[in-house]
Design a protein around this ligand. Structure first.
Ligand code: NFS
Length: 659
């Protein structure tokens, strides 16, 4: 049966550019998703496929069938899921490893252009890992942190250090169940080994190992990535930025950085500010150099430097289709191979920079942290030279303002003030029912869905129900595109209690917490909420839910699994990779809930995602004996909206504050 034509995106900027692509007959992920029929066996919908040895591949499509070796449907489903989780863990963690090597080079004075920008974070991270700081130089401390991190990748026995920062109750659950990760690389290798032909054949046992591997991501590789990024590039705090394709400029040299690691993009940020390069761009007829980002690289530099975002995952081809991009500079992860094919219709040069990633048709300029600034300047000069080759441009006039950068440290400060930093006001707002609960909307776009539609349907409905939303990755960029990261601007769309809190503190209804590795910031926030008091004493007690309604990558599965193992209820959209096995679907939901207090479910329909989220939040509120949520109790406290407050005469402002 032919597929019915789906609206590609709810984003007018995307639709504008896609119309041009259609006119010119240029294929994109949107058209390929329409034309490609996903393999119903490989996707787990109508069967399951094992290709871990060469007696098969074995396609199992009926209950009770087994592979050539006798492997059952549940064994194969568990193996496939475990391998995906290991791949996701390795991607995040390798990102963390590269940052650890950059920090090592900084500590040794060998990293051109990098420095320790956040001394407070350096000291805080050292304290977390028991590294001495008193009377020591920053570089000495940084050296110990870098070596500690690098050591944890190759560690064979013992526990990862961040495990001891989780709530005490959670640590006990992990130790009792034997899932505390020993070393980051070790856990990934363990999964590849035990899912090789002829090894672990017990679905539940395989998936417990997958949990251990995912924990090595969330409480290991990714957490190192976040902390070291903050040390090197600064802990994010709110700043004003812009999102969507309209951030490209028709009279400037446009460079788009795409991928994940801030190591490269931060140096390009420095290079585009070089007065000589700006003068060079002007000499070539451009008004200046305009840098923007795509995907998580974009989150990294938007939340720290205010560099605009050209969009989320499905915007990567669209940026090139504007005809206005001189260079798209990529490093690792979420980079479509189609970029070079789309770019071949324009003057855009695709530049790969990671030793791990080459693309046929792209220029490779390998990045090396020891000469980073020189390499970045060379890339910028190349883009400037390409400006003369630009043809007709079609940049949609669509942008939205955003306020990203709510790191855990900033939330702490924002809620409690400089002298009494605390999560207590947030806990109290939840306890009183002003905020019903918290949802994290994270993850990708998937061209099998209308771009951004499920993110927006879910976020919109949750906000109306007084659920505070935090967001990372491409979900955060989606929220930004439709005005939810814009301070007071989105508040007319939120419930009365949440509105009071947002106005009192001066925050947007959706808090941008960073890139996908920064989901670890959410773990830290949840840990602090659990230890602050009033909302139980473990992450599983908190009325909170994790959502990835448009996910597509293996990294998303790793994140979901470590969140569940940390005690969260996680709902992912799109479709379940283990749909065909009721046994495995039950393991990750019911069995994991008994063990970890968190569960993983796959739900396609936005209203159903919202319904289950709210039911879970209310269930957790009831378990904590908090008052039942009642929207009518809030919103009439006489709080003056923040924007009006600042327009009052000073004495009235004081009266509002102090009565
Ligand atoms: Ni996350 Fe970031 Fe986006 Fe999905 Fe890809 S960029 S690491 S995987 S697509 S959210």
């Amino acid at each position: 049966m032919a597929k019915t034509k789906m609206t590609p995106s709810i984003d007018p900027a995307a639709c504008y550019v896609l119309d041009y692509a259609q006119l010119m007959g240029i294929p994109t992920a949107f058209t390929r998703a329409q034309d490609t029929k996903p393999c119903p066996i490989g996707s787990g919908q109508s069967g399951i496929c094992c290709k871990n040895c060469y007696m098969g591949p074995c396609r199992l499509t009926k209950d009770g069938q087994v592979g050539v070796c006798g492997a059952t449907i549940e064994t194969i489903a568990a193996r496939n899921l475990a391998r995906a989780i290991a791949a996701g863990t390795s991607a995040h963690s390798d990102h963390g490893r590269d940052l650890a090597f950059t920090l090592l080079a900084v500590a040794l004075g060998e990293a051109q252009g990098y420095e320790i920008r956040d001394e407070a974070k350096l000291l805080a991270v050292a304290a977390k890992h028991g590294i001495a700081t008193k009377g020591r130089q920053n570089t000495e401390i940084a050296l110990d942190i870098a070596n500690k991190a690098i050591g944890e990748f190759g560690q064979q026995r013992g526990e990862l250090s961040y495990i001891s920062t989780a709530p005490a109750k959670r640590q006990k659950i992990w130790r009792d169940l034997g899932v505390v990760p020993r070393g980051i690389d070790r856990e990934v290798v363990d999964i590849l080994h035990r899912t090789h032909m002829g090894d672990d054949q017990d679905a539940s046992h395989i998936l417990m190992a997958a949990v251990r591997t995912a924990l090595a991501d969330g409480w290991g590789g990714s957490m190192w990535a976040t902390d070291i990024s903050d040390i090197l590039f600064g802990t994010p705090s709110p700043r004003v930025g812009q999102v969507n394709l309209g951030v490209l400029k028709d009279d400037e040299v446009n460079i788009v950085v795409h991928g994940h690691e801030p190591t490269l993009s931060e140096m390009i940020v420095a290079a585009v500010q070089d007065p000589e390069l700006i003068a060079y761009a002007k000499a070539k007829g451009a008004k200046g150099i305009n840098l923007s980002g795509i995907c998580c690289t974009s989150n990294e530099i938007m939340m720290r430097q205010g560099i605009p975002s050209a969009g989320n995952f499905l915007h990567q081809e669209l940026a090139i289709l504007t005809g206005a991009v001189e260079a798209m500079v990529v490093d690792v992860q979420c980079i479509m191979q189609s970029l070079t094919a789309v770019a071949s219709n324009f003057h855009t040069e695709i530049i790969t920079t990671s030793p791990k990633v080459r693309m046929p048709g792209a220029t490779h300029i390998e990045f090396d942290e020891h000469h980073a600034l020189d390499i970045a300047k060379g890339i910028v000069a190349r883009a400037i030279d390409n400006y003369a080759n630009r043809g007709e441009v079609r940049i949609p006039d669509v942008t939205e303002n955003v306020v990203p950068g709510f790191s855990h440290e900033y939330l702490n400060y924002m809620l409690g003030g400089y002298y009494r930093q605390s999560f207590r006001p947030l806990n109290e707002a939840i306890a009183t029912g002003r905020i019903r609960g918290v949802a994290a909307d994270v993850g990708c776009n998937n061209p099998g869905l209308t771009q951004d539609s499920v993110h927006m349907d879910v976020i919109t409905e949750l906000l109306k129900n007084d659920v505070l939303v935090v967001s990372t990755g491409c979900g955060a960029i989606a929220a930004g595109k439709y005005g939810y990261l814009r301070g007071e601007a989105g508040l007319d769309k939120v419930g009365p209690g949440l509105r009071e809190v947002c106005e009192a503190i001066g925050i947007p209804p959706v808090l941008h917490l960073g890139s996908c590795v920064d989901n670890t910031r959410i773990l830290t926030v949840l840990t602090q909420m659990a230890t602050e008091g009033g909302l139980g004493d473990d992450i599983s007690d908190i009325p909170a839910v994790g959502l990835a309604p448009e996910w597509m990558s293996e990294k998303a599965l790793a994140i979901a699994t470590y969140a569940v193992a940390s005690g969260a209820y996680v709902i992912m959209g799109v479709r379940s990779p283990v749909d065909f096995s009721d046994t495995v679907s039950d393991i990750i939901a019911k069995e994991w809930e008994e063990k970890f207090g968190g569960k993983l479910e796959f739900v396609v329909d936005a209203p159903e995602i919202v319904k289950r989220t709210i039911e879970h939040i209310d269930k957790k509120r009831a378990a904590l004996k908090l008052p039942a949520y009642d929207a009518s109790r809030h919103g009439a406290s006489g709080d003056v909206p923040l924007q009006d407050y600042f327009e009052l005469p000073l004495e009235k402002q004081m009266a509002e504050l102090y009565g």
